[in-house]
Design a protein around this ligand. Structure first.
Ligand code: PEP
Ligand code: MG
Length: 759
């Protein structure tokens, strides 16, 4: 082959292909012409096209091999060189074909004369649907430019083949090529639960309408414009404070920037356009090549960077094609598992809640906003699945086991059956718990325990009736702030609080004033100094923000007071560290009461003020603080992270320290004892209270009020009905004085001895 660029070689072939595709001849005749053109332009004695039919790669057209072999020679995926190319969706370039370990001789083809062999996969929707191969008598490796030309041609062929109906789309979807077998992925459980459904990419793949360009110059312009737009977007993202917080996002963004301005990438796309492709096809072509390289890379760091490029490439493709919507905008067709690199809470809420069954993320952490919201919605989430989107295709059946952090992709029928059995058991259990809706949580020795739910969205309200809970022990008001693009206006806040109180009826609702800042970042509220926080959980958050920005608290106070007109308002403050903070927050509310009184507005019948015990320091102040409180609520999520000095979102520390350790239980016991003389109500509203063994321990400490995730209400009610509280209190008294070496094991044994299932 004379030296020429890949673009020129491909262009020469594409021009001819363009004519062939436009001709009125039948599909087979077109393929016959195609092999002639490729063979001729690449100066190859042989050119053959194999297509997937009924799961086998069948020789559909050839120049140079025996014509009798056409539609006779068939190879399984994975068999011979052609099958190997299809299996791995990877090109092969061999000077001596017979020397390759996968070589399989097919006498009917008469190929023994040909020594060199090069083949590239014909890829459709990331899977091989065929192979185009060239062979030569002389033993020589094909030039890189020739392989590239062949790859570009293969791309056009995939379109021609699909349009001509030469491959059965259903057939190839069910075939044995790349990404077809079952695969198990292990990630990190972010929200428990199990679900099954079809993979839906949050940002769907763009469908390319036209592959061969009518006007190359126009395509070049389109890519230029799209690059400009994409760079603008990336720069804007970088300037948003939300992304300026260091860690994962910043790293990703830096890489994005690097790629967005990478000249090599733009040049390769331009070359592909030169070869006659449309802007979309050129971007896809370069992306395909990257994907193939990615598979050969062993270094996970480098592979990660390649994923970033893939992400960016998709973004460019969406811009250039104008297909900008997410999967939410297209609506979910059936039970869906959402697949994304990461999501914002607002993006999650755009999906149809009845059909969205699970979320799986390449990134994600336990405290990510999206995870908080998903937990509230009862949707299992698994995160930290590196390279996830490269392992799945849109529509793949997925079994999500959020309890174990495992996803089965394209499961076998027996796997699905086993999962269904678990699912059914789970449903049975759920039905059993649902049947407990009207059962009061009364212990075996006749003590009534208060079981409430944690909520944060208007959509959570039906859970009150579904669970039969006693009220809402923690309404996280910051959820409304987290899912809004801008600071929610007072009227919107009032509306939400009023709706919540209306839905709750006689049952109490405890509104927690906004706990924002720290890990719960509001882009529209960030300040330059907070962007630099190295330790946000211990930083400028919750009441600390609210007292400094008292405008924010004033607005919220007024919204709450107005919404609760004529009823009782329960309000509590998060992260109280010293008593004056409680006093100051209460004073903001009282000044609003005075203001509204002057306005002759309907005021609440009573306002009950509470504080959360989340910062250990406040436990030392309880003798001072308790007399001023109407109630106390222990937020064990934060409290334990501060007691153990262990980030509550750190995956490596998630299992390291135990909620039922003597340190926690003794600490909680001190709180209970310190408050006892004042008769102040104590509720535990952290995740701890929703777990059966942990709840048993809390009952043992004399805690009689729990506020938990709705899904835990049934299990906890059932637990309560089996427990003799007098007995567990007695046992706990002994363990607090003389802690057993393994508190969890001791409690488990005690539960088993008393016929209580704590799983
Ligand atoms: C807690 O810290 O236990 C708590 C209930 O608050 P949050 O989880 O919202 O921080
Ligand atoms: Mg907290």
């Amino acid at each position: 082959m004379p030296p020429q660029t890949a673009a020129a070689a491909a262009r020469a072939i594409l021009t001819s292909l363009h004519e062939i595709m436009a001709s009125r001849s039948g599909a087979q005749a077109k393929l016959n012409q195609v092999v002639e053109v490729i063979g001729e332009k690449l100066h190859s004695e042989v050119c053959s096209i194999y297509l997937l039919r009924e799961g086998m790669l069948e020789l559909f057209a050839t120049r140079g091999l025996n014509q009798q072999a056409v539609h006779v020679t068939r190879m399984a995926v994975g068999e011979g060189l052609v099958g190997t190319i299809a299996l791995h969706t990877e090109s092969l370039n061999l000077a001596e074909a017979a020397a390759h370990p996968d070589f399989a001789f097919r006498p009917e083809t008469g190929e023994e004369r040909f020594h060199s062999f090069a083949g590239v996969p014909i890829v459709r929707r990331e899977r091989a649907v065929g192979v185009v191969a060239v062979q030569h008598v002389e033993p020589r490796r094909y030039e890189e430019v020739e392989i590239e030309a062949l790859q570009t041609v293969a791309m056009v062929l995939s379109e021609l083949i699909a349009n001509a109906g030469l491959i059965d789309e259903d057939d190839f979807l069910g075939s044995g090529a790349h990404m077809t077998g079952p695969e198990r992925l292990q990630g990190l459980t972010l929200v428990k639960g199990i679900a099954s459904g079809a993979a839906v990419f949050h940002q769907p793949r763009v469908t390319i309408e036209q592959i061969v360009a009518d006007d190359t110059e126009a395509e070049r312009q389109r890519v230029y414009l799209a690059f400009d737009k994409m760079r603008e977007q990336i720069d804007r993202m970088a300037s948003q404070a939300e992304f300026g917080v260091g860690g994962e996002h910043e790293e990703v963004l830096q890489t994005y920037k690097m790629f967005a301005y990478d000249e090599g990438w733009g040049r390769r796309i331009n070359e592909a356009i030169d070869s006659g492709l449309t802007a979309e096809a050129a971007i896809e072509r370069v992306q395909q090549r990257t994907r193939m390289r990615m598979r050969q890379i062993d270094d996970p760091l480098l592979a990660d960077r390649m994923h970033d490029l893939e992400d960016l490439s998709n973004r460019l493709l969406r811009i250039v094609s104008g297909q900008l919507g997410t999967a939410a905008s297209m609506g979910l067709k059936g039970d869906a598992i959402l697949v994304a690199r990461n999501l914002g809470p607002a993006e999650l809420l755009e999906y149809d809640r009845r059909r969205l069954k699970g979320v799986i993320l390449e990134e994600g952490s336990l405290t990510a906003h999206v995870v908080i919201v998903a937990r509230a919605m009862g949707i299992p989430v698994i995160g930290r699945l590196r390279g996830l989107r490269g392992k799945l295709r849109e529509g793949d059946h997925l079994l999500v086991d959020g309890d174990r952090g495992v996803i089965d992709v394209r499961p076998t029928p027996s796997m699905t059956e086993a999962f269904e059995a678990r699912f059914a058991k789970n449903r049975e259990r759920q039905a059993h718990y649902a049947a407990m809706r009207d059962v009061e949580p009364v212990s075996r020795d006749g003590r009534r325990i208060t079981v409430m739910i944690n909520a944060g969205l208007r959509d959570d309200m039906p859970m009150l009736n579904l669970t039969g809970a006693d009220g809402i022990g923690l309404f996280r008001t910051e959820f409304q702030f987290l899912v809004s693009a801008t600071l929610p206006a007072r009227e919107r806040q009032t509306r939400l609080y009023r709706d919540v109180l209306d839905a709750a009826g006689d049952r109490p609702v405890v509104f927690r004033t906004v706990d924002i800042g720290g890990d719960k970042v509001l882009p529209y509220l960030r300040q330059d100094d907070s962007a630099l926080e190295e330790n946000p959980a211990m930083g400028w958050r919750a009441l600390r923000v609210a007292l400094e920005r008292d405008g924010l608290l004033k607005v919220q106070a007024r919204a709450l007071i107005e919404a609760a007109g004529g009823r009782t308002l329960n309000v509590m403050f998060p992260m109280v560290t010293e008593p004056w903070e409680f006093d100051a927050a209460k004073a903001v509310f009282e000044s609003q009461v005075a203001f509204l009184k002057k306005q002759k507005k309907l005021l609440p019948e009573a306002i009950r003020y509470g504080a959360m015990v989340e910062v250990p320091a406040i436990a030392e102040w309880l003798d001072v603080l308790a007399p001023r409180l109407s109630f106390l609520s222990i937020g064990t999520n934060d409290l334990t992270q501060f007691l153990f000095a262990a980030d509550r979102g750190h995956p490596k520390l998630a299992e390291r320290y135990d909620w039922v350790s003597p340190a926690i239980l003794r600490f909680l016991n001190r709180v209970v004892c310190a408050v006892a003389p004042f008769g102040t109500d104590i509720t535990v509203c952290g995740e701890m209270g929703g777990r059966r063994l942990e709840a048993l321990a809390l009952l043992g400490l004399g805690i009689t009020r729990l506020s938990i995730t709705p899904a835990s209400v049934g299990p906890i009610k059932e637990l309560v009905s089996k427990v003799d509280i007098g007995a567990i209190r007695l046992a706990m008294t002994g363990w607090l004085v003389d802690p057993p070496a393994n508190m969890r094991a001791t409690l488990t044994e005690w539960a088993a001895d008393h016929g209580i299932d704590c799983d």
